[in-house]
Design a protein around this ligand. Structure first.
Ligand code: SF4
Ligand code: SF4
Ligand code: SF4
Length: 319
């Protein structure tokens, strides 16, 4: 790599939280900036046009960070351009890597989503029943276009070849601070793998019975945090709160259990796991004391596949 690493960042279908994880590097960012040549950062940092990226020579960008999922034709188009221009393309954050929270939309049809968004919500005022069209003519002569809203959410790897994956919703800034210098130095793991510390959330959790030399017991009940606060210091799963720390990469440092909240899996699957939700179901089911407890698990798909439905074998709900 040249002295300065050419970096591009694109936010696709996401909330911008992944961008914030970079801003949260704070003083670490000041140290990194002299080593970076940021050639493209859209749409959060700079007002750019497609041609600003399209006009760059192919493979002229060292590293591309792509955050957010693919729902619109525009996002698919930008993914293809990022792939063409970047030598290394990283699916950065749960949305890009797995489909993320917006992937929960795959539990509903496009028609249901439009019905809710443009008609049913209390704040909607749409007396003419207008819904977005990909083309329309204004004053009979000005053609306006909008990107096509696809039927389903897809992770980045479904539309472009991905070199590496980073989990987290968003990736934790302390982890980003650790891995970015490696990335800038051109030090990557095997192609196609996750950039991760390779430790599960459970392995980093102070509540872990195994770490404390205690026996892992069967789960006798299913609880939600709305049922009352979990007991401090005790494994959440053992108390019946469905914590997915055993199958989740712990690059966040076991953030949620530290504050009495069960891990929901945003860090992505531990190495070797292809379908996060399936492995999470298996991990929890193996600890249930009896089958009746299964019926007490609220919204199983939204619990076990919260961040990963589009990247899973299920992919979406089929009516
Ligand atoms: S992974 Fe989370 S923080 Fe990042 S864009 Fe998606 S929803 Fe936002
Ligand atoms: S299941 Fe959750 S609370 Fe229990 S050890 Fe693992 S991360 Fe900690
Ligand atoms: S504990 Fe789990 S849900 Fe919480 S930030 Fe870490 S990986 Fe994400």
């Amino acid at each position: 790599m040249a002295d300065k690493v050419k970096l591009a960042y694109y936010l696709s279908g996401g909330c911008g939280g992944c961008d914030m994880a970079i801003i949260d590097l704070s003083e670490n960012l000041v140290d990194l900036l002299p080593r970076l040549d940021v050639v493209f950062w859209a749409p959060t940092v700079a007002d750019v046009k497609y041609r600003d990226l399209e006009g760059l020579p192919d493979k002229s960008i060292d590293v591309g960070l792509f955050s957010g999922m693919i729902r619109l034709s525009e996002q698919e188009h930008m993914a293809a351009i990022m792939r063409r221009k970047c030598r290394t393309l990283i699916a950065y954050g749960a949305c890009a890597a797995l489909g993320g929270i917006p992937g929960m939309g795959n539990m509903h049809s496009k028609e249901e989503i439009f019905q809710t968004a443009y008609f049913d919500t209390l704040s909607t005022d749409n007396p003419d029943g207008v819904i977005p069209q990909t083309r329309c003519l204004v004053d009979g002569k000005y053609e306006l276009t909008l990107p096509e809203f696809y039927r389903y959410v897809r992770p980045l790897q479904d539309v472009a070849e991905v070199d590496y994956f980073v989990g987290g919703c968003p990736p934790h800034h302390s982890f980003v601070a650790r891995v970015i210098p490696d990335i800038l130095g051109g030090s990557f793991p095997a192609p196609g793998s996750w950039i991760t510390s390779d430790k599960a959330v459970c392995a980093l959790c102070d509540r872990n019975p195994a770490v404390k030399g205690e026996e892992m017991k069967l789960i006798k009940t299913i609880k939600r945090t709305t049922d009352g606060p979990p007991e401090e210091g005790k494994c959440l799963l053992q108390q019946g709160y469905l914590c997915l720390g055993a199958v989740t990469q712990g690059d966040c440092g076991a953030l949620c259990p530290k504050v009495n909240i069960p891990c929901r899996g945003c860090g992505g699957p531990v190495p070797g796991v292809k379908d996060f939700g399936l492995r999470a179901i298996s991990a929890v089911a193996s600890l249930l004391e009896n089958e009746e407890l299964v019926d007490r698990i609220p919204s199983p798909v939204k619990l076990f596949y919260r961040y990963s439905l589009p990247a899973s074998m299920l992919g979406r709900k089929i009516k």
